[in-house]
Design a protein around this ligand. Structure first.
Ligand code: C5P
Length: 248
């Protein structure tokens, strides 16, 4: 993507302060190795692969910023991109807010990308950036669902949960990251929404509550979130396939 004539400066914020307990015991999720390289480094490279992204802000665990800074210093990253590490918060929403607040004034467009989606292809990143640069206040990559989804009335663990509704599958999308935003819109969302409970698991949801339009662009099956142990197996297989195809 040519940025010569673009009035936009785009940064990516990567919340990587989560403990990732669902993956099981071991290192914090973002630091788990995939193909010998920490997941976070894959995620940073995936954002920096877009020529539109001039700055990547990594939001580290509150007490882990120096370690994450060392990790970035130890890995080869594209020269044209700047990197910044800031300490995160208790929830994803809080971590994203802290990352956005650390952005320099001249940044006009922001991608928010989960460290837990290390393998998103550059084509997906570019599609999100392009839609934001063309004027969408909020852009989300998403895919149709394979599974039918039920809404339930949650019960104690082990107790059968009553089903209350079955939303029409054709109208549903599973959303991924990077989600892209006009900076002012994202900041307004974060300043307006209180970070209660778990906080927002999705920045676009906060923008929707502001009443601003959110649009979908096609997501990618390789942008899946590494959440459970089986996802690590899948991620290794995707990397192996890429290596075989790229011949390195
Ligand atoms: O837990 P979940 O998979 O939803 O986390 C999504 C992303 O948010 C991960 O990249 C995780 O590191 C990040 N996160 C964070 N700060 C928290 C909790 C999660 O940056 N307090």
């Amino acid at each position: 993507m040519s940025e010569e004539a673009s009035p936009h400066r785009t940064a990516a914020v990567i919340p990587a302060a989560g403990r990732g307990v669902r993956l099981g015991p071991g290192a914090p999720k973002a630091l788990r190795a995939l193909g010998g390289t920490p997941m976070l480094i894959h995620a940073v490279r995936a954002m920096a692969a877009s020529r539109a992204v001039s700055l990547v802000v990594v939001v580290a665990p509150p007490d882990g910023a120096p370690g994450v800074k060392n990790l970035l210093d130890d890995h080869a990253l594209p020269e044209r991109t700047d990197y910044l590490v800031v300490p995160g918060g208790e929830t994803r929403q809080e971590s994203v807010r802290l990352g956005v607040e650390a952005l320099p004034d001249d940044i006009t467009a922001v991608l928010v990308h989960d460290a837990a989606r290390p393998l998103v292809p550059v084509e997906t990143v570019d599609a999100v950036v392009e839609a934001v640069h063309e004027g969408a206040p909020a852009v989300v990559p998403a895919l149709p669902l394979a599974d039918t989804v039920k809404q339930v009335e949650p019960r104690e663990k082990g107790e059968p949960e009553p089903v209350v509704a079955t939303p029409e599958r054709a109208l549903l999308r599973a959303v991924q990251t990077p989600q892209g935003f006009d900076r002012a819109t994202l900041q307004r969302a974060h300043r307006t929404m209180p970070g209660v409970g778990e906080g927002a698991t999705d920045c676009a949801g906060m923008v929707e509550r502001l009443g601003a339009p959110v649009v979908i662009v096609p997501g990618h099956e390789e942008a899946f979130k590494v959440t459970r142990p089986l996802d690590l197996v899948l991620a290794e297989a995707v990397l192996a396939r890429r290596r075989a195809n790229d011949g390195f």
